[in-house]
Ligand binder design. Sequence first.
Ligand code: SF4
Length: 289
Amino acid sequence: MGTELGNYKAVCSARSTDKDILKRAQDGGIVTQLFTFALEEGFIDGAIVSGPGEEPWRPRPFVAMCKEDLLKARGTKYNLSPNVSFIKEATRSFGLDKIGIVGTPCQMQAIRKGQLYPMGLRDVDDKIALAIGIFCMENFSYQSIVQLVEDHAGQKMESVKKMEIGKGKFWIYTDRGAVVQLPLKVTHKYEQPGCHVCLDYVANLADISTGSVGSPDGWSTVFARSTSGQTLWDKAVAAGCFEMKPIEQVKPGLELVSKLANEKINKNRKTLEERASFGVGKGLRSPYI
Ligand code: SF4
């Protein structure tokens, strides 16, 4: 595979062995299980996750200190939770010295930038112990999610149990058992414009990155990228936290991850070039492509 998957030390397909986590997780329960293990082992002393906000499916950053807290934040919300902005708060109000944080690829980039040039993260740049990135093709504003769910799918936000993008559709599951699928051509116009110049699908700069693509239903693809990420992953596997399969033995496998990563890069590079042709973002380069 080429550079589209970034640097990584190991990749596999995995799912949590904790039935409770698995039952309530988006896919393989990787983030919830890894943070739970990292908390129990003292690898981190709290994790900044996307917790429930005041409105349904509007996430807000939240510091999870135990498994129950983590379970409250499970699932993908498809609109951004400003987790990076909560790093200082997590050290000051929660006294965290070893922070876990989950986010999109662009949030992983912001964290690494903040560590390299710690103007915004001054005094806290060395407190980030575990950054978990989630595969991301695009994202939406909260208003867009409301329009997709209420206007296009005809469902109430508070009745939604799960949302998912997969197999070329945006899926909405309600707690009354309805499943609505919207074609992605409907959702495209609601995407955040910034996502159209984003060249990272698989969170290249995370310690560990994960997403459902590439693995069978109920499993997740996991990349261990940094040395510390790999160490934690190996310990969690040795402790029996995960069931694991070699990625070469699962369908659709890494080929699909590569295909989607390349599609995102190629499509968004065109947008970058178009913008550069009228003088916007001239000279923009991805740090890893
Ligand atoms: S597509 Fe890129 S810019 Fe948009 S939310 Fe995902 S990682 Fe961030």
